[in-house]
Design a binder for this molecule. Structure first.
Ligand code: PLP
Length: 462
């Protein structure tokens, strides 16, 4: 029995899959401050035009430039593992597979898009990229890509993670990235927040505002902003994960997958693995597709589908997405990359359509799952990833109760070797489950009052 399925470099997918071409019901457009759909040129101060073209593309398949593939070969195709030892420990008849994105140089799936984004920026003549980072995975992934392509990289890292994960900053430094804690005193957005809340743990929404502000105020015109999740082009670059997984399952004769799982912060690793399988579901296959979020930041399971900004200072357009409100500051759980108030519009639209079924899991169950995984499969996963593992274990237990030999596939989005503080707090009994009180959700949702309300469009098929 194969427990590790590898592809040769010449078997790597040569096109990304764009699910926008196959949505059963259309996605609503992003809106500008006047409430009207934005045009691509309105995004030009923020992103290079070649990435904006991808953002709005309706082409089903988009070629991956050869130079990008040449960088990806450093670690791709990534292995698909059969979690045989976890299966044995659970005594489940289910077959559990995971795509191992932790093998990338920065330790997560984020390099799949950081390399692509840095390359397109460079093609467009950009010299410096600004960004935000939660847990530090995205900041290190972008620093890595910029180092290879000779671009300057500036990262605003959410304060709480900056303090919890000091070595992530060092990783960014090794790859020549300049990382500061957010909110910082370098931007108007940061200074305003610090004046009101000097002890804030920060949030991705604040860090995004700072990074966009610094990009658009650079008078040389040679700086652009880069986002590590949420946007269509980011999700597009991640689809190489699911496309490889399909080839790998095919290689070992696994004809049908029953359950596909990914943790969801802004939605990119979940989308990357699942979108090629969602296409099968659109075409009639029966697959449960599950994005998993923390109970303490329940964007899709408790938030409304709304038009909202992607950041606190309202610098981004209004995106049609599940949201807890743009000024929501999530409790400081250790899965920093899942502490985001919104969800990718493409993922949100699939949830509206009923093609995917979001699930929320408490922090302690996730750490228990992560420890069980490490003690069976060996890999110490990122706290974000533990949400996917916890859901896979729930599904494997369900298969055991029902006596069904289900095939479960999840995304091992990253390793947790820089996240050991969270594990330490878990072993010391210092972590607790936190369910966001309804009053707190209602308070945060006041931020979207008065904004345009999206029409729900769905076929009702799923
Ligand atoms: C390892 C890992 N997994 C998952 C995520 C969540 O992001 P996304 O939903 O965009 O995949 C992050 C974000 O920082 C991460 O670092």
């Amino acid at each position: 029995m194969a427990i590790k399925v590898l592809l040769n470099e010449d078997e790597i997918p040569r096109q990304w899959y764009n699910i926008a071409a196959d949505l059963p019901s259309p996605m609503l457009p992003p809106l500008g401050p006047d409430g009207k759909p934005i045009s691509p040129d309105m995004l030009a101060p923020v992103f290079p035009m070649n990435l904006i073209e991808q953002e709005v593309s309706q082409e089903r398949w988009i070629d991956i430039p050869e130079e990008i593939l040449e960088i990806l070969y450093r670690w791709r195709p990534s292995p698909l593992h059969r979690a045989k030892f976890l299966e044995e420990a659970l005594g489940t008849p289910a077959k559990i597979y995971y795509k191992n994105e932790s093998v990338s140089p920065a330790g997560s799936h984020k390099t799949n898009t950081s390399v692509a984004q840095a390359w397109y920026n460079k093609q467009f003549g950009i010299e410096k990229i600004t960004t935000e980072t939660g847990a530090g995975q995205w900041g290190s992934a972008l620093s890595f890509a910029c180092a290879l392509l000779g671009l300057e990289c500036k990262i605003f890292m959410v304060r709480i993670s900056f303090d919890q994960k000091p070595f992530r900053k060092v990783m960014m430094q090794v790859w020549d990235g300049n990382c500061v804690a957010s909110p910082s005193r370098e931007t108007n957005a940061g200074r305003e927040i610090l004046e009101k809340f000097p002890d804030t743990p920060g949030s991705l929404g604040i860090a995004i505002s700072e990074a966009i502000e610094q990009a658009v105020t650079d008078e040389s015109g040679k700086t652009r902003y880069s986002l590590g999740s949420v946007l269509n082009h980011v999700l597009l670059h991640q689809t190489i994960i699911g496309l490889e997984a399909k080839k790998q399952l095919d290689k070992i004769g696994e004809k049908k997958v029953d359950v596909v799982i990914g943790c969801a912060g802004g939605g990119s690793n979940f989308a990357g693995l699942s979108f090629p399988f969602v296409l099968d579901k659109i075409n009639g296959a029966e697959i449960d597709v599950i994005p998993v979020e923390p109970y303490s930041c329940p964007t899709m399971t408790k938030g409304p589908f709304a038009y909202d900004h992607g950041d606190v200072a309202k610098m981004t357009p209004l995106l049609p997405m599940f949201s807890l409100g743009h000024d929501f500051i999530p409790p400081p759980i250790h899965a920093g990359g899942l502490r985001y108030h919104g969800m990718a519009p493409l993922v949100s639209q699939l949830a509206v359509e009923g093609l995917i079924t979001p699930r929320a899991i408490h922090q302690l169950e996730c750490y228990e799952a992560a420890v069980m995984f490490a003690r069976t499969e060996g890999i110490i996963c990122a706290p974000e990833t533990s949400h996917a593992i916890a859901a896979a274990i729930q599904e494997a237990k369900k298969a055991k109760e029902e006596g069904e030999e289900k095939v479960i596939l999840f995304n091992l989005s990253g390793h947790g070797l820089m996240d050991l503080q969270g594990y330490s707090s878990f072993f010391d009994g210092k972590l607790k489950d936190y369910e966001l009180p309804q009053e707190e959700i209602d308070r945060a949702l006041k931020a979207i009052e008065g904004l345009p309300v999206p029409e729900i469009s769905k076929t009702g098929k799923w």
